[in-house]
Design a protein around this ligand. Sequence first.
Ligand SMILES: Nc1ncnc2c1ncn2[C@@H]1O[C@H](COP(=O)(O)OP(=O)(O)O)[C@@H](O)[C@H]1O
Ligand SMILES: [Mg+2]
Length: 269
Amino acid sequence: MRIVVANRKGGCGKTMLSLNIAGTLAAHGKRILLFDLDPQASLSEILHRYADQVSQPLSNTLLAGDLAASITPTHIPAIDFVPADEHLSEINRGVDPHSRRTIRGRERLLANLLARSETTLSQYDMLIFDTPPDTRGDLTSTALVVADLVVVPIDPHAGARGAAVDILTLVEELQPFSDRTLHLALILNRIKMQTGSYDLQAADAARDAFGDSACKTIVPSWLAFPKAAEDGMPVAFVRGSDFNRAASVIYTLLQEVDRRLDGQLELPK
Ligand SMILES: Nc1ncnc2c1ncn2[C@@H]1O[C@H](COP(=O)(O)OP(=O)(O)O)[C@@H](O)[C@H]1O
Ligand SMILES: [Mg+2]
């Protein structure tokens, strides 16, 4: 199962959700490989994992070689990580960082890497990809081509509808490059939950507008998420009631997504 977290908006929660979906799945027995495809490398900073800790940065293995050379361990045994490196921004623009030539067949760069790294990937149940804000760059496209599920965090205040339409259009454009069925889950994130709050009203309006593609479970604005991230952790691996509460929202969300996918996440009941 391959999950891509994407939205052209910065700050809507892509990195937070990538980290915490990985954490909660790992806490429920899944072995996860988490990718940072954002040249800005926020996830790599959170996990304190850098491209110089691997024998080959991802920008190299995307073009040739096996993914094993780009993987580092994390503090959580069930999660391994592929850190971002600076050359990803050239690849995002379709340019080979070494030869400076335009990369041919770039929609399938990641698909080809995964195909030639089968033995490495057999150690994992799930691949999760955090992506850069500009969905028009090649890195988001290469991830959508290999994905079974695209998770779109939505900030109901800012450009939510545009962002969702953008992803839907992109998914349609990329269909010819993919041999998988891509499911979509829009997730309202960072909602202030006080009864009658402007956030809750905006969340309701967005859910109505998006219909079935929006999840019923919404992710509240809780400090537990940034606090855990500051310590390099998903909430599921931090002790304390605030973190437990945050982890259980992510779990409820994943259960909902699992029902939509007819149990493909294979979450324990
Ligand atoms: N549900 C939430 N509650 C509180 N803070 C959040 C929540 N979701 C995201 N944040 C914080 O908002 C900021 C932007 O989120 P981030 O995941 O980095 O967005 P993106 O990757 O889409 O740019 C980060 O500081 C993150 O910790
Ligand atoms: Mg991010």
